[in-house]
Design a protein around this ligand. Sequence first.
Ligand SMILES: [Zn+2]
Length: 302
Amino acid sequence: MLNEKCLKDYIVTATAADAHIRAFACTTLNMAEESRRLHNTSPVMSAALGRLMSAAAMMSIMMKGDRDKLTIQIKSDGPSQGVTVCADSHGNVKSYTPVPDVIVPARSNGHLNVSGAIGNGDLIVVKDLGLKEPYVGRIPLQTGEIAEDMTYYFAASEQTPSSVGLGVLMNRDNTVRCAGGFIVQLMPDAGDEVISVIEENLRNLKSVTEMLDAGLTPEDMIGEVLKGLDIHFHESYDTAYKCDCSRERVERALISLGEKEIVALIKENKDAEIHCDFCEKDYVFGPGQLKEILKKSRELSQ
Ligand SMILES: [Zn+2]
């Protein structure tokens, strides 16, 4: 019983209690399904990537600069060997995991065991905001279920008390049935009364997947989390799975390898294949094209 509105991926923003509370919610079914399709992920990895992509999508619109970029990386010792998602400030998100086909037994309640695939490790957030140095926040994983880890990240690294809910529900055929989440944050000077209301709401809240599967929109989810408060909805933003790689970019990367490396590629006398881990595209450069690249590299180093 999916809501029509959830067929399109988007993020909605809201404030409440005189802007002492801000909230984000998203539906990312298409994004999560595109990630699953591209990487051919097992259900548990579809969920891991889908959850982290929802978080990245909502965080991407917290960035203000046109060219700002965000990377969230989990470096961990579980069978997945970690996951990486990247987002720009326009809601374009992409994902990567080195081991997409991890199988771990489901939990006794039938839920996917994401922390079993992730294991122990760190969550690292890198924000390139166009400054000299990127912002880097690093926290130890709390549960490896991702939502709790993001909640801890906001508190420990950004000093913003938050509650994060993320969910991905799979169909029987292992495609994505629904995906999305919410982030609610306390701004400085949020009153105790307001905090109690939200805490009570969160205690009684259904899981993100239950809400989405029941047809709730991102606006409805914010309505549940902030029930009893005066909610003001602000802009909504499109979000999608989109890789920003291109032949030009790959060529620039090859040129920057330097003369020695490029000569070595040419000597092999075969096509050089460069693979993009985020969209699984292969860029092929024949010997003739490599010679052109060598020429450009020499020009650059002069
Ligand atoms: Zn790509």
